[in-house]
Design a binder for this molecule. Structure first.
Ligand code: NDP
Length: 332
């Protein structure tokens, strides 16, 4: 496969051109393009330009609103409720995250509940934006069902991701950001396309038996990671990003969605001010834990891979498959 090398500025220009051509205005195109740009900058390829045609397709078909104006519907105590106006989440984050950060600093803990939005990205960008304000943060969203419940065989949960971030003064934050399925959906699809086996434990066939055949998993269901423990986390994410904030569960999203590309749903983001909860020593206390963990050879913190890539890409640029580049140029 031939690759094309792009500077980070070219990544941004290409993403913006595709989104504008699809009908997004500047208030929508810029935050969405920046989200893909951040992923390319950090070597997180699965949420970089690879996603651009999906964003554009949803905007062009009007499933997503490329002229969305997400707005705060209410702030009550430590809760901010936002209506996403059927736009992509990064657009809502533009005003929602600063408001959430300010409220968390005031209250100690705060929640941002975004309804009627589409999440087609990783969760670490919003969590990182909050850690940059000195806050710890968590984020949750759900999607149409691909994953079975422990003991079940029916698709009932999305790959329901969750992320947690902890600020580290003067250093990249600790952030984990993971799906509740053993493998990403895309990984199973790529295995099917390329004729490879899926990883052990990735899913079950329509007969409910574990299989590594990706076609059978796509027809059956993906498995949660860690058996019933991962299934419990998928259930938690479904409740937090669904009923808790007045949004749909994965099963309800399926009933409403056309099954093509990103789906409308909700996102819950929580922010915590460590100094308000644990006192002035909270950040230093966290650092002592990280130091102890990192003393052991072979250990790294979640988020360190992206942090190590970040200084390299402004110099070296990034590569994308030539076929993807052709597809995106054709969409401009
Ligand atoms: P991975 O399994 O690739 O990584 C999960 C986390 O584990 C990352 O934070 C990663 O940090 C960390 N990690 C990996 N290896 C190590 C290690 N050796 N030591 C310490 N930490 C490690 O992620 P998933 O495949 O589960 O999810 C991929 C992405 O897909 C996520 O960003 C998720 O938000 C997104 N997603 C989005 C959905 C949506 O609806 N919007 C649905 C499902 C998933 P690091 O980055 O440093 O490697």
């Amino acid at each position: 496969m031939t690759d094309i090398r792009l500077t980070l500025d070219e990544v941004m220009d290409l993403a913006l051109s595709v989104l504008r051509a699809a009908g997004a205005d500047e208030e929508n195109a810029r935050p969405i393009a920046r989200c893909m740009w951040r992923a390319e900058r950090d070597g997180a390829k699965s949420h970089g330009l690879f996603r651009c045609a999906g964003y554009a397709g949803a905007i062009r078909s009007r499933k997503a609103n490329g002229r969305a104006r997400p707005a705060v519907a209410a702030t009550e105590g430590s809760v901010i409720r936002m209506e996403g106006d059927r736009g992509f989440c990064p657009v809502a984050h533009e005003s929602g995250l600063p408001a959430l950060g300010a409220l968390a600093k005031e209250q100690g803990v705060a929640a941002l509940a975004i309804r009627r939005c589409l999440h087609f990205a990783a969760l670490w960008p919003e969590v990182e934006t909050l850690t940059e304000m000195g806050l710890a943060a968590m984020a949750f969203t759900s999607s149409p069902p691909y994953v079975h419940m422990a003991g079940g065989r029916r698709k009932v949960f999305g790959t329901n991701p969750m992320a947690f971030g902890w600020p580290r003064p003067g250093q990249a934050p600790m952030i984990f950001d993971q799906a509740s399925s053993l493998t990403a959906r895309g990984e199973v699809m790529i295995a099917a396309r390329d004729g490879h086996l899926a990883p052990e434990g990735a899913g079950i066939g329509p007969d409910g038996r574990p299989t590594r055949d990706p076609e059978a998993i796509l027809a059956g269901a993906q498995s949660p990671f860690g058996g019933y423990k991962g299934a419990a986390l998928a259930l938690m994410v479904d409740l937090l990003a669904g009923p808790l904030i007045g949004e749909l569960t994965s099963l309800e999203i399926e009933a409403e969605d056309d099954g093509a590309g990103p789906a409308l749903g909700g996102q819950l983001i929580l922010a915590f001010a460590p100094e308000r909860l644990g006192g002035p020593d909270a950040a230093a206390h966290g650092e002592r834990l990280f130091r102890a963990l990192l003393e052991e050879e072979g250990v790294r913190l979640p988020g360190m891979r992206r942090a190590a890539t970040r200084p390299l890409t402004p110099e070296e640029g990034v590569t994308i498959p030539a076929s993807l580049h052709r597809e995106l140029v054709a969409l401009c």
